[in-house]
Design a binder for this molecule. Structure first.
Ligand code: BGC
Length: 353
């Protein structure tokens, strides 16, 4: 009788241990897949590292993958995450339109998907979206140019060239749209002149946001429009990797007064350019904030509670509005970079030398 009682107690204890093991801590049933686009750009390394550290601190196991900007590689990484038992997926896609098929598989297995920074288009498997306010990124860039050239008061006209990002990245249209909503009235009024004539999104896009592609396009623009000493007053660049390409082209082939150049991400190379007077501003999107927000979303989903969101109208991915959390971007320049980037612990002074 005593023996029977003992084995019942043991069995109950084993079941209890199993239940506790499933409920918290890093067990196989707690694995979260994090798919990042590329290691080429500094920001995605920070995003990935922050996500991994924060998810692990919250007790999750993490499968973090980078796809070298190769769409097929990202698809197969996500497939592996699904087949190896990940219970949630966090994805910063390379191409917004290329994940529909693989995400069908996630949906079949009831694996929730969070689109990270970039919206995944035309898939009803996407549960949530967390990003920075991408339209605001663009308006901050446009506003910076408007204020610095004092477009409402100065006589002008001023010459400007435009460079944006990858056509497969839904964000690029928000950045460009936001900037153009500020700048277009001045182009229409003739106060801003785009000498290259390249003003449509398609004309000013940069495949893969690649620095060398932005540089090659700017080389051609300079040769055709500014080689005779004409002043270029401003370059609206949607992010730092394109701003870097534009600055490289100007450095090599342009003799005139240095233009205002905008950017985004506060990548170290661009912050160094800001300190050297070769880039005017960048948008600071603190990747720590975004990662924390996404960890809160993952945790809520895994625990079956409400995920935090603050926007239910902006981001339609073609299957309907995706509930979103938008973090706030701010601009950084020579005057506030210390407070934003160094005092906040984002970079050390040494990293910017
Ligand atoms: C991100 C930017 C980044 C760009 C290139 C965009 O989707 O929002 O921060 O500069 O991709 O990687």
């Amino acid at each position: 009788m005593k023996k029977k009682l003992l084995s019942i107690v043991l069995a109950v204890a084993m079941v209890a241990t199993m239940l506790v093991g499933c409920g918290g801590g890093a067990s196989a049933s707690n694995k979260v897949g994090v798919a990042m686009p590329t290691k080429d750009l500094q920001r995605w390394n920070q995003d990935g590292a922050n996500m991994k550290a924060e998810l692990e601190a919250a007790g999750y196991e993490v499968d973090l993958q980078y796809a070298a900007n190769d769409i097929a590689m990202q698809v197969s990484q996500i497939e592996n995450m699904i087949n190896s038992g990940c219970k949630a997926l966090v994805i910063a896609c390379i191409d917004g339109d290329s994940l529909g098929t693989v995400l069908e598989l996630a949906k079949e297995k009831n694996i929730p998907v969070i689109a990270y920074d970039r919206l995944i288009m035309n898939s009803d498997a996407v549960s949530y979206y967390a990003t920075f306010d991408n339209y605001m990124v663009g308006t901050l860039q446009g506003q910076y140019i408007k204020d610095t050239l004092d477009l409402d008061n100065a006589e002008g006209p001023f010459n400007i060239e435009l460079t944006t990002g990858d056509p497969g990245d839904n964000n690029a249209r928000f950045f460009f749209g936001g900037a153009m909503d500020v700048l277009q009235p001045y182009i229409d009024a003739g106060k801003l002149v785009v000498k290259s004539g390249q003003v449509s999104f398609e004309e000013v896009a940069t495949a893969n946001w690649a620095t060398d592609a932005a540089q090659a396009r700017m080389d051609a623009i300079i040769a055709a429009n500014y080689a005779d000493g004409t002043t270029l007053h401003a370059c609206m660049c949607s992010n730092d990797s394109t701003a870097l390409g534009v600055a490289n082209a100007l450095e090599a082939n342009y003799e005139g007064e240095w233009p205002i150049i905008t950017g985004q991400d506060c990548d170290i190379a661009s912050v160094k350019n800001i300190l050297a007077g070769k880039q005017s501003m960048s948008i600071f999107k603190d990747t720590r904030t975004l990662a924390s927000q996404v960890v809160k979303m993952v945790d809520a989903i895994m625990k079956g509670t409400e995920a935090p969101i603050n926007d239910t109208e902006t981001y339609d991915n073609g299957t309907g509005i995706i509930p979103s959390f938008l973090c706030e971007p701010v601009f950084a320049d020579i005057n506030n970079y210390k407070e934003l980037l160094i005092e906040s612990g984002y970079y050390t002074e040494d990293q910017l030398q």
